[in-house]
Design a protein around this ligand. Structure first.
Ligand SMILES: Cc1cc2nc3c(=O)[nH]c(=O)nc-3n(C[C@H](O)[C@H](O)[C@H](O)COP(=O)(O)O)c2cc1C
Length: 362
């Protein structure tokens, strides 16, 4: 019986359990560089026992950052500080993964704790004109984004591949492409954001072109032994938007092109959407894609309890459970889960602590 603590092997990587730190922006980098915060934040979740530790959305291009404070991997100089993070995370028994991202028309925003949170960063304050499939704003402010030319689309595809190459050099052992939440990849997929009439817009086959080309370019860059994940917004939750049926179809194509796992999120293409938010509300998305596309899935969203996470894996609804905010509240959640569930595998506890706690008991 597979449970939350059964190791998961995908290609050449083995996760010690099915618990992953979900990508979460920290808005604490300068010029894209990782620093002590990223080392401590990601390192703490590795000590806490997660099987997979994913970085926040990491810009493949300076213009692809959500905020000027987002992590980046668009130049070789970014590799060295990321290497310190991956060395530490690996040494603590977790697999380090990176989420590669381009924010598209949602780029150049102030971080959430700025006095004007999420507002457009003016060009004179270091902001930039966002790019995307269509020259349409997402927020109400800022300049109208530029619609990408065919050459710019090819350059973005190549930037994903170049970033993936740097991720390998930095010691990451899983690469995830962020095609969710209204950012660049998703904005090509969703009819709500893609108004193009050329080979990259219109019918389904055209809208999936940019994400699929990026996947193929990344797969050709990283080693065969390296797992490749894609995060999708599996539905826009809006009439006329991207649907779960579309995601099942796309998942089959992604699998064909060498993707190993679909990280199933949702939303982000529309400012107003009817989202049935509640505990595990995105689990049915992962379950259906797993069953109908025959590909491994991860699920995320309001999963907070060990028994809840364990049931998802035991019942075959998803292969991996990603936790976001609960792992911010409780970095050692996997240790608590192991103590409560006593599943298969061994306790993901650091030796430095294990002996001391055993000693205290005596
Ligand atoms: C502070 C914060 C930052 C986030 N940044 C990202 C991100 O960089 N990439 C991403 O795909 N999702 C991001 N998300 C979404 C989370 O990965 C996750 O899908 C979401 O929070 C739901 O899971 P939870 O209920 O366990 O928090 C972020 C969420 C939070 C709370």
């Amino acid at each position: 019986m597979t449970d939350l603590f059964t190791p998961l092997t995908i290609r050449g990587a083995t996760l010690r359990n099915r618990i992953a730190l979900s990508p979460m922006c920290q808005y604490s980098a300068v010029d894209g560089f990782a620093n002590d915060w990223h080392l401590a934040h990601l390192g703490a979740r590795a000590i806490g026992g997660a099987g997979l530790v994913l970085t926040e959305a990491t810009g493949i291009d300076a213009r692809g950052r959500i905020t000027p404070n987002c992590l980046g991997i668009w130049k070789d100089e970014h590799i060295e500080p990321l290497r310190q993070v991956t060395d530490f995370v690996s040494a603590r028994g977790a697999v380090p993964g990176i989420q590669l991202a381009h924010a598209g028309v949602k780029a150049s925003r102030h971080r959430p704790w700025h006095p004007t949170p999420n507002a457009f960063v003016p060009l004179e304050e270091g902001g930039w004109v966002p790019v995307g499939p269509s020259a349409e704003r997402f927020g109400g402010d800022g300049p109208v984004p530029e619609a990408m030319s065919i050459a710019e689309i090819a350059a973005a595809r190549d930037a994903f591949a170049a970033a993936a190459g740097r991720a390998v050099a930095a010691g990451f052992r899983v690469v995830e492409l962020h095609f969710a939440h209204g950012y660049l990849g998703h904005s090509f997929l969703s009819p709500l954001m893609n108004r193009r009439g050329d080979a990259y817009g219109g019918p389904f086959d055209h809208r999936v072109s940019f994400p699929l080309e990026s996947v193929r370019a990344v797969r050709a860059t990283i080693p065969d032994s390296m797992p490749l994940f894609v995060r999708l917004s599996c539905t826009d939750w809006v009439e006329g938007g991207w649907t779960l049926d579309d995601s099942v179809e796309l998942a089959r194509l992604l699998k064909r092109d060498g993707v190993d796992l679909i990280d199933c999120s949702s939303g982000g293409a529309a400012r107003r959407a009817d989202i049935p938010v509640g505990p595990g509300y995105q689990v049915p998305l992962a379950e259906r894609i797993r069953r109908e596309a025959g590909i491994a899935t991860g699920t995320v969203g309001l999963i907070t309890e060990p028994a809840q996470a364990d049931e998802i894996v035991r019942s075959g609804k998803a292969d991996l459970v990603l936790l976001g905010r609960q792992l911010l509240r409780e970095p050692y959640w996997p240790l608590r889960a192991w103590a409560e569930l006593r599943g298969s595998g061994s306790a993901p506890i650091a030796e430095e602590y294990a002996w001391a706690l055993a000693e205290t008991k005596r």
